[in-house]
Design a protein. Structure first.
Length: 396
């Protein structure tokens, strides 16, 4: 047992062709990975004769994050050398090599390695420590039976791997669909029970929407216009429909002058490039002449290329033509409105137009119908959505 060393000169002595020089990144339990292998000259290999790799050797990583990775050198291997991060184990009886390799890859041996590490960072296994490991060695025939059984199980695992990947993909898609379903149930009043004592939200608006005989009418001047064809689902008795412009302030983005961009000024976002799952990430682009501003905690809606994605900005920013800012008024919370808008992305895409790329305009956005429950119920809905989505996140 012994490890190699890094030749004097380090990387500078590597050559395009010569003796393979195996490092820890080449050693894996299922074999050597020779992509990116480096080479050393023959004369250096001769000087490092004590760390020459031969067929049927076992290599073990003994330092760093890959400590414990182990590979069996094939019987038809030619020649190589190793650096100080790799230990060579050359068996007295080569008939044991397959079993010993499997044993060294086991959790049993890995735990021994973790317990016996030395050094200031405890990420180095010495040859002296490794030599004292006590290994369980069964009769040769039983070794062969163990190896055959492990190989058959591994073959079964390999056969099931595509199926497992498909199951994981189904689970991810199912998780995504469940999250969408939670949001849809939330805005239809189906996620939590209603409290009969809670009164509907009353928001003063230019064109109020009233309910009569199971239909909805928008009061425009002296006329009542039926809007049932704009409504896709029913809502509880103490909820009301409002236009988005009635329950929020909608600000369409506008790009600042080109000469105003730089490293100082207000953070600028042209579109959804820096959208996260929910919270907006930082942009390095700044402007000293912002035209349209989204306040901290505003909802951001992508209105072009693509249409529909939403985020929340935790800070005041300048927004360009690809975004609009939405801030709820006193009758509606931003967190609840964010949930509603997330269910409407497909609707927005269907409404979008454009020859070069699709987009929706401010008038379209302001006219969207929003189901508004009592204010206290909005808070309960937001809380329940967070609880359920957090639970789904733990299952991914």
């Amino acid at each position: 047992m012994g490890s190699g060393s890094t030749p004097t000169g380090g990387k500078s002595i590597y050559v395009d062709s010569g003796i393979k020089f195996i490092r820890s990144q080449n050693v894996y339990n299922d074999g050597l990975k020779l992509q990116g292998i480096v080479h050393i000259p023959e004369e250096i290999n001769k000087k490092k004769s004590g760390s020459i790799v031969k067929p049927m050797d076992i290599l073990l990583n003994i330092t760093g994050g890959s400590i414990g990775r182990c590979t069996l050198i094939p019987d038809d291997f030619d020649i190589a050398n190793v650096n100080q991060h790799v230990m060579i184990i050359r068996l007295v009886d080569f008939n044991l090599r397959h079993y010993i390799h499997i044993l060294l890859c086991s959790n049993y041996i890995f735990k021994l390695m973790m317990d016996e590490q030395v050094g200031a960072t405890k990420e180095w296994l010495s040859a002296e420590k490794a030599a004292r490991f006590i290994l369980p060695i069964p009769p040769l025939r039983e070794q062969r039976n163990i190896i055959a059984k492990i190989n058959s199980i591994q073959a079964l695992i390999d056969d099931l791997s595509p199926l497992n990947e498909k199951i994981q993909s189904i689970n991810r898609n199912m998780n995504c669909e469940l999250k969408k379903s939670i949001l849809q149930h939330a805005i239809q009043g189906k996620l939590i029970p209603q409290d009969p004592s809670e009164q509907p939200v009353a928001i003063e608006c230019k064109n109020p929407i009233i309910r009569r005989d199971n239909s909805y009418y928008e009061v425009i001047g002296i006329d009542e216009v039926c809007i049932d064809d704009e409504i896709d689902y029913t809502i509880p008795y103490n909820w009301n429909w409002y236009r988005l412009s009635d329950v929020s302030e909608v600000i369409m983005g506008q790009s600042p002058p080109g000469e105003s961009y730089g490293v100082e000024g207000m953070e600028f976002h042209q579109g959804k490039t820096y959208f996260g799952d929910i919270i907006l990430s930082n942009s390095s682009i700044k402007t000293n002449n912002p035209k349209k501003i989204a306040k901290s905690r505003s909802i951001l809606l992508s209105v072009r290329a693509p249409v529909g994605p939403t985020n929340i900005t935790p800070r005041t920013i300048c927004i360009g033509r690809g975004l609009c800012s939405i801030n709820s008024n006193a009758g509606c919370t931003n967190e609840y409105l964010f949930i509603v808008l997330r269910t409407m992305s497909t609707h927005m895409v269907n409404d979008s137009t454009g020859s070069t790329f699709n987009a929706i305009n401010g008038n379209q956005i302001k006219k969207y119908l929003i189901p508004i429950p009592p204010l206290s119920e909005q808070h309960r809905i937001v809380s329940k959505v967070k609880e359920l989505q957090s639970l789904l996140d733990t299952l991914e």
